[in-house]
Write a protein that binds this ligand. Structure first.
Ligand code: SF4
Length: 175
């Protein structure tokens, strides 16, 4: 059998496996990117915009994303708001309870870097200090459209994933 897969020319018997894996990757990624369940982790004012993103005007469900109150079944977590050290421990716990593959969107300046409160004794200057972040959405607060674009960026990242190689560099969203 010969043909051309996502990894270039396919020739030998060993390459047939590569060809099929590439096609399977695309199929699995297509299903996963359009059925993302998100764990809400609203911590401050950004949480209101997060709620609004799930409302009828922004309607993030158009992209196949629905909220899930349990980390056990969630595909990704949206951290929205000011993360104190006290809550950082909870964020880490919830992240650890999520099953792989799992992703994180950091929403707003406070979650990205501490924002207005980054010099406060009690504030963690970025959720990426405790858990890995896949997409950063800037703003104070980001509008629902910005968070929606963050979701689309996450979908694009999932679309590119290859078998056994998941984690890539985090991506950003335009301000
Ligand atoms: S980034 Fe701005 S809107 Fe969001 S939690 Fe911080 S202060 Fe509030």
């Amino acid at each position: 059998m010969s043909g051309t897969g996502g990894h270039g020319e396919v020739g030998g018997a060993g390459d047939v496996t590569l060809f099929h894996t590439s096609q399977l990757d695309e199929l699995i990624n297509l299903a996963r990117q359009n059925s993302l369940w998100y764990l809400l982790f609203g911590l401050a004012c950004c949480g209101i915009e997060l709620i609004q993103t799930g409302g009828p005007r922004a309607d993030v469900m158009r992209f196949g994303a629905i909220p899930r109150a349990s980390p056990r079944q969630a595909d990704f977590m949206i951290v929205a708001g000011t993360l104190t050290y006290k809550m950082a421990l909870r964020a880490k716990l919830l992240y650890d309870q999520m099953s792989e593959p799992k992703y994180v969107i950091s929403m707003g300046s406070c979650a990205n870097c501490g924002g207005l409160f980054q010099l406060a004794y009690s504030v963690c200057d970025g959720v990426d200090k405790v858990i890995p972040v896949d997409v950063y959405v800037p703003g104070c607060p980001p509008r629902p459209e910005a968070l929606t674009e963050g979701l689309v960026k996450l979908q694009e990242k999932i679309q590119q994933e290859k078998w056994l190689v998941r984690k890539t560099e985090p991506v950003g969203v335009r301000a």
